[in-house]
Ligand binder design. Structure first.
Ligand code: FAD
Length: 293
């Protein structure tokens, strides 16, 4: 008897994770589970906990590099309609983990609510974007997050709110496994003005990022006061290729995956870039993308 007996509708075994990453890379998960409701999520989490099955959660896979060997245990994706909701209440919105960040930005524009324009062009889910405190030079998501609803590994639901909630450069102090929803505090503004900002950010991204390639955004975090991309560029690494993985000519902090690329190619290229930047500038580049092996 399987630990997920009775949940066959939402559980798949040996499921290829390459279908769920922006890189289009990654081996199989032992179990791939798409809970449709919080109750189903809790059921899956409790059964996994009781059976000591490792559990991970995937959003839109836009910040992930998953190894060619895949991952053991269960990978959960919160993509049922219940997890895609966004409920507006005055100048606040409660967005659920599986909602698409870029759609939420545009809905907020329509509602005349400003505060998350900085997320324009960032292709993540709300859950993944809260976890990563996604953002950049225009601001980050954390500054709008007022409270989050979380679930721990044992299936307990609880909330965490500011000031207990801390957001930093591409990280938060949320340790609970699952982000269920986030309440964002926004402010009323002229929709045309917000849209102008969104368009400006979008044009900037289009001009500076290789958006027509398979990638995972910036591979490395910027070391304090320096741009990782500038260091990689100055080390002469633009265009460096290993297997079918290549350092983008357009933005040196992006690694694009060509046809037939394996995660192993990207991992080897990451190691090569790190080595060269260390040799040239004595800087240790830290990963911004998350590697699942
Ligand atoms: C073209 C491109 C441009 C990008 N530009 C930017 C940028 O400008 N700024 C930036 O910050 N990022 C950028 N990224 C990276 C990425 O889009 C963001 O980090 C995004 O917020 C990740 O969201 P996701 O849903 O894809 O998360 P995933 O990649 O699926 O997961 C990322 C992490 O979040 C966790 N996670 C996902 N969902 C949940 C949940 N419900 N509960 C708890 N944990 C969860 C995962 O376990 C994992 O640890 C870019 C990526 C691409 C491909």
């Amino acid at each position: 008897m399987n630990i997920f007996t009775g949940l066959e509708q939402i559980v798949e075994t040996d499921h290829p994770l390459s279908k769920h990453t922006w890189y289009g890379l990654g081996g199989k998960a032992d179990y791939f589970i798409r809970p449709r409701t919080v109750e189903e999520l809790r059921d899956v989490v409790v059964r996994s906990f009781e059976n000591e099955l490792p559990v991970r959660v995937i959003g839109f896979g836009s910040n992930l590099l998953i190894s060619d060997e895949g991952v053991r245990g269960a990978v959960l994706k919160l993509e049922g309609d219940d997890f895609k909701r966004a409920e507006f209440d005055g100048e606040s919105v409660t967005a659920w983990a599986g909602a698409e960040m870029s759609k939420l930005v545009l809905t907020c524009v329509k509602e005349g609510l400003s505060g998350i324009e900085a997320l324009t062009g960032i292709p993540g889910s709300v859950g993944g974007s809260v976890r990563m405190n996604a953002g950049g030079r225009f601001g980050d998501l954390g500054s709008a997050v007022e409270r989050v609803t979380l679930m721990d590994n044992a299936g307990n639901l609880f909330e965490k709110a500011k000031p207990e909630l801390v957001f930093d450069y591409r990280r938060t102090n949320i340790t609970a496994r699952f982000i269920i929803s986030a309440r964002l505090d926004l402010s009323s503004a002229d929709p045309d003005q917000i849209m102008r900002t969104v368009k400006e950010i979008w044009v900037y991204k289009k001009n500076t990022q290789p958006l027509n390639t398979r990638n995972s955004g910036c591979v490395f975090k910027n070391p304090r006061g320096v741009s990782a991309g500038a260091l990689i560029d100055r080390a002469g690494l633009k265009g460096l290729q290993i297997g079918q993985a290549v350092v983008s000519e357009k933005h040196a902090n992006f690694i694009a995956a060509g046809k037939g690329c394996a995660s192993g190619d990207v991992l080897k290229l990451i190691a090569a870039v790190r080595d060269r930047v260390k040799q040239e500038f004595d800087v240790d580049l830290e990963l911004e993308i998350e590697v699942w092996e």
